[in-house]
Unconditional design. Sequence first.
Length: 202
Amino acid sequence: MVGGRACPCPHMKNFFGFGLPSTLLPYYLSTCLLSTFLPFYLSTCLHSSARTLVSSGNRAYNSEKYDIALENYQRAQSKKPVSCEIPFNLGNVYYKTGNYEEALKNYEKATYSKNLKLQEKAYYNMGNSLLRLQKLPEAIQLYKKALELKPNDNDAKFNLEFVQRKMKEKNDENSKQEQQKKDQINDEKKENKKDNSEKKEE
């Protein structure tokens, strides 16, 4: 059974607007290339018409004809609505076309699969979708879920550590700004006290 995952930055110099350090960029891009995602193939127990539609969708997807892939996956889903593999494939199409909210909804459905491999990939791809939406705390939780199912997933480890660093940087910057505001308020209070004191002396 073939499966894959959404790679968050196939052709980007900056990572979701945060700016990936140049020292990390080559390593991160190499892990992205390793995690290029493929559609998840359906088990043979599904109705033959659904399998045919998914196969057609997979061919279109691999040819980057995402509109055709979407149509085939949706038709397959109507024939097999309880499938967890089809939502995963739909999630990949939505992810590739930049519709990360819809990708999230479909990946979440895939997490109910009894197939742990599919579950892990769905959690990982949910993490990537949340990262695209710059929802960093939520992305961290999903990468952790993926690692619970597959502790040796190096891609999930890397992304988790990366997001945790960005969260720390963001929190440090917020703390710095808050301190600057407090310092400015204190300076203004001191200046006002000085002005009042000078007026009394006059």
